[in-house]
Design a protein around this ligand. Structure first.
Ligand code: KIV
Length: 268
């Protein structure tokens, strides 16, 4: 078992704000691990891997097999952070039975410590079954990318008072059903703050303003690896894309001009 448990993550509420990050491979997970046990208590294998790793324009095509594979990759290098994995689109919409079976796959085959799923009151019966089965569950409300077709794109949610009230109702229902945390994505800052203030479980924001208990960003976005435009809420804390471009350019030039490999890089 990893060091960070749902109980310890819940206990962060009100104690300190915390950062979380997505991760899809073992090399990146080893970097998280090297930071020490307290820097990033929660790592998410998000279905954003559909866009980030697979090049799709939404998470909709992501399969259970892909989620299990990437969760296994991350899990091999992660010893301390809580390993959360997304139930992808289609894995829990047909029936709660199937949702339960797929969540158990993420835990048993993938090595996840818990699962995240999108939706409010609609998914409460499934959340209850998962919790009863011993699977820690994180909810996900607001801009839920798996609903991009229904929402007409990736749009900020909960802007009008009725939508905000609905979202708060959904959040309370998820908490009552046993979620140990909630991701709030793409909602106005005031609503992000209200969610954190009204719930007893930690609210982890992404594009939800500064008032949440924690923040999560996509690995490639925060490290500056994502090409093109990134959402307004992303801050690039690094420029690894530029560093990679410079390194690859230098490598190609060194091969072309014969300076690589040098004597010290060659077997006698
Ligand atoms: O899939 C994902 O990466 C997510 C985060 C953006 C929260 O759900």
């Amino acid at each position: 078992m990893r060091t960070w448990t749902p109980q310890k993550i819940r206990a962060l509420k009100g104690a300190r704000r915390f950062a979380a990050v997505t991760c899809y491979d073992a090399t990146s997970a080893a970097i998280v691990e090297a930071l020490g046990p307290d820097a990033l208590p929660l790592v998410l294998v998000g279905d954003s891997l559909g866009m980030i790793m697979q090049g799709h324009d939404s998470p909709l095509p992501v399969t259970m097999d892909a989620m299990v594979y990437h969760t296994q990759c991350v899990g091999r290098a992660l010893r301390t952070a809580f390993l959360l994995a997304d139930l992808p689109f289609g894995a829990y919409q047909v029936s709660d039975e199937e949702g339960l079976r797929n969540a158990l796959r993420l835990v048993k085959e993938g090595g996840a410590d818990g699962v995240k799923l999108e939706g409010g009151e609609r998914v409460v019966p499934l959340v209850r079954r998962l919790v009863e089965a011993g699977v820690p569950v994180c909810g996900h409300l607001g801009l839920t990318p798996q609903s991009c077709l229904a929402m007409g794109g990736f749009k900020v949610q909960g802007r009008d008072p009725q939508a905000a009230e609905r979202l708060l109702r959904d959040a309370r229902a998820l908490e009552a059903a046993g979620c140990f945390a909630l991701v709030a994505e793409g909602v106005p800052a005031a609503l992000g703050g209200r969610l954190a203030a009204e719930l007893a479980i930690p609210v982890v924001g992404i594009g939800a303003g500064p008032g949440t208990d924690g923040q999560i960003l996509v690995w490639q976005d925060l490290l500056g690896l994502t090409q093109g435009r990134v959402p307004k809420f992303v801050r690039r804390f690094g420029a690894l894309g530029d560093a990679a471009t410079a390194a690859l350019t230098a490598y190609a030039a060194a091969v072309a001009d014969g300076t690589f490999p040098a004597e010290g890089e060659t077997y006698a």
